[in-house]
Design a protein around this ligand. Structure first.
Ligand code: FES
Ligand SMILES: [Fe+2]
Length: 346
């Protein structure tokens, strides 16, 4: 499906964010992941688990069912499944056939996130999860990291990946907050390896964004670094740094220095769960941004949902008119398509 080949939806063999760790508790949490219902919860010993969210009997949602100890008892006819997915009890009969089980997914908590592997379980290699070091997540007291929002977006996931891989939109879609026209006019430096696709823009002597004006009361020129690392298949680690350059009053002062983390998890064919988090040594800056970025994210969500509406309504999606600035997004799409092609070939 657009923008991939017909029949290609999403890579299955990869780690996606299923939830922020702090969302998973005793209560059953329902979430669609790669077009399948999934249930997340924490066992009595504190381990987080993810199992299939559809009862194999009559397809009742297990997320709307009942926890019995560490097991889930289907809310329809009472069939019960352990946290490993194995059926433990069928109320209407004595025997429990071995085939009567649900899928249990590999799930790993790392940093703020619980990572799920929707594909073949024996391929779930934990070393493929981005390391906290490479994404700039720290737990020391000089760093403050926080999950901000979880949004259900009515648009296919690749529209959000495309958004995050083309930050030229910052100066236009977010002209009132986090971008300036220099975000589009400055060429980017790209780097691709097997784990991630990285892009950086170094803006020298550039005007401050409205966000910097507002928070730091600074109106002079700045040196800004803006970048994004896309860890395949669904995690983007962003970096933003602003320093006052030589020759300006307040020269050398570091204004903003932050990491932003976007996790893009396909929910259904045309919807996405979008997890946003942020970290910085500047604790009050992070707290300021929780409110400040709400309307900014709403702009990205508006763009995604409006585009989804157009492309699902027109008879046929016409070919896009590509620009040089689309190179990163196109590379990102190619990597995901190659992952899907490799899975299809197996
Ligand atoms: S649908 Fe789950 S027990 Fe019947
Ligand atoms: Fe955006």
């Amino acid at each position: 499906m657009y923008p991939f080949k017909p029949g290609s939806y999403a890579p299955r063999n990869g780690w996606y964010v299923a939830a922020f760790c702090n969302e998973i508790g005793e209560k059953l949490l329902s979430r669609w992941i790669l077009n399948q219902p999934v249930v997340l919860y924490r066992k009595a010993d504190g381990t987080a688990v993810a199992v299939q969210g559809r009862c194999p009997h009559r397809h009742f949602p297990l997320g709307d069912s009942k926890r019995v100890g560490d097991a889930i008892q289907c809310g329809y006819h009472g069939i019960t499944f352990g946290a490993d997915g194995k059926c433990t009890f069928i109320p209407s009969q004595q025997t429990v056939p071995g085939v009567y089980s649900i899928k249990a997914y590999p799930l790993v908590e790392r940093g703020l996130w619980a990572w799920i592997w929707p594909g073949e379980p024996d391929k779930a290699d934990e070393s493929l999860i981005p390391t906290m070091e490479e994404i700039g997540y720290r737990t020391d007291p000089d760093f403050h990291a926080k999950p901000f929002y979880v949004h259900h977006v009515n648009g296919r996931y690749q529209l959000l990946n495309d958004n995050l891989l083309d930050l030229t939109h910052l100066g236009y879609l977010h002209s009132g907050s986090i971008g300036t026209p220099d975000d589009a006019a400055t060429p980017e430096v790209r780097d691709l390896n097997a784990r991630r696709l990285s892009s950086r823009r170094h803006m020298k002597n550039t005007p401050p964004t409205p966000a910097i004006r507002e928070r730091w009361g600074y109106d002079g020129l700045l040196d800004r670094l803006s970048g994004m690392d896309f860890y395949f298949p669904g995690f983007h680690a962003g970096i933003g740094d602003s320093t006052v350059p030589e020759g300006q009053p307040r020269a050398g002062e570091k204004l903003a220095s932050s990491r932003v983390w976007h996790a893009v998890t396909p929910a259904t064919k045309t919807s996405t769960t979008y997890f946003f988090a942020m970290g910085s040594p500047d604790r009050s800056g992070v707290e300021f941004m929780v409110e400040y970025l709400k309307p900014v994210l709403a702009e990205d969500i508006f763009a995604t949902e409006a585009i989804e509406k157009i492309i699902t309504t027109v008879d046929e999606v016409p070919p896009e008119l590509m620009l040089r600035s689309d190179t990163t997004a196109v590379q990102g799409r190619r990597v995901l398509q190659a992952m899907m092609d490799a899975e299809a070939a197996q």
